[in-house]
Design a binder for this molecule. Structure first.
Ligand code: NAD
Length: 261
């Protein structure tokens, strides 16, 4: 792929899929705004590493994706620092596993805020700049759970189905502005988010760790392999190319055949 001189915000990019997307976009020549939580030393190491390895600018925003005002400030800061936001990747997300009747209300609110409403807030802030420039790419990390459900993940499945709908609506609104809006919907990708839900799933279903990995997580994934973060990063980079300019409003599974069932 040819190198670009774009500016990308990737939310939730201190870890997992978001970090891989940010690194892949930087490898293609994009300046990047990293975002997410974590140890300051580790975040700084990633940020400086991206600059050194790929010869781009990388800055970090600690904006909390559950807070609309912090999200608006992050986009405004990026526009001030870099002059534009060309690529917006809404990726930050959390998970909580519990039966609906025991689902903590604050967890429901938090998941809807971070996994769904944050994308509304980032788009609301970034779209005017993209329209002015006449070019943009919005990529939402949805999930196989934007297409199908699993028990005990009520808030996550609701938020991910929501982001699939938001994606289609934004794609229609922006179709004549050379701004594409798409979802990438991974199946199970081996990241801290997946690792962290194993104990709760063991508890909710009364299973061992190995049973959760093989009988729950990889059960529906036909290839019986986890997706890699690099594979998701490569698809995000492709969606930012001119070759992908007619792909908009799509929800693209990267799920080892899970949603083909
Ligand atoms: P991860 O836990 O490795 O990364 C999540 C990122 O989001 C981290 O950088 C974290 O700091 C950030 N984050 C969490 N809360 C935040 C907040 N309030 N404000 C700002 N940043 C916040 O998880 P991951 O697996 O890389 O997940 C990334 C995205 O991919 C999520 O939207 C997730 O739902 C989605 N996804 C993951 C999988 C999978 O199997 N791992 C599958 C499908 C979809």
């Amino acid at each position: 792929m040819t190198r670009t001189s774009r500016v990308a915000i990737v939310t939730g990019s201190t870890s997992g899929i978001g970090l891989a997307i940010a690194r892949t976009l930087a490898q293609q020549g994009a300046d990047v705004v990293l975002n997410g939580f974590g140890q300051p030393d580790a975040i700084e190491k990633e940020r400086a590493g991206i600059e050194a390895e790929f010869g781009v600018r990388a800055v970090y925003s600690g904006a909390d994706m559950s807070k609309g005002d912090e999200i608006a400030a992050m986009v405004a800061q990026a526009e001030t620092d870099f002059g534009a936001v060309d690529i917006l990747v809404n990726n930050a997300g959390i998970q909580y596993v519990s039966a609906i009747e025991e689902f903590p209300v604050e967890k429901w609110d938090q998941i809807i805020a971070i996994n769904l409403s944050s994308a509304f807030h980032t788009m609301r802030a970034a779209i005017p700049g993209m329209k002015k420039k006449g070019w943009g790419r919005i990529i939402n990390t949805a999930s196989a759970h934007s297409l199908v459900a699993s028990p005990f993940k009520a808030a996550y499945v609701a938020a991910k189905h929501g982001i699939a709908g938001l994606t289609k609506t934004a794609a229609l609104e922006l179709a004549t502005h050379k701004i594409t809006v798409n979802c990438i919907s991974p199946g199970y990708v081996w990241t801290p988010l997946v690792e962290a839900q194993i104990p709760d799933t063991m508890k909710a279903r009364g299973l061992t760790r190995e049973q959760v990995i093989h009988d729950v997580l990889l059960q529906a994934q036909s290839t019986k392999e986890f997706v890699t973060v690099e594979q998701v990063g490569a698809l995000a980079a492709f969606l930012c190319t001119d070759a992908a300019s007619q792909i908009t409003g799509a929800n693209i599974p990267v799920d080892g055949g899970w949603t083909a069932h």
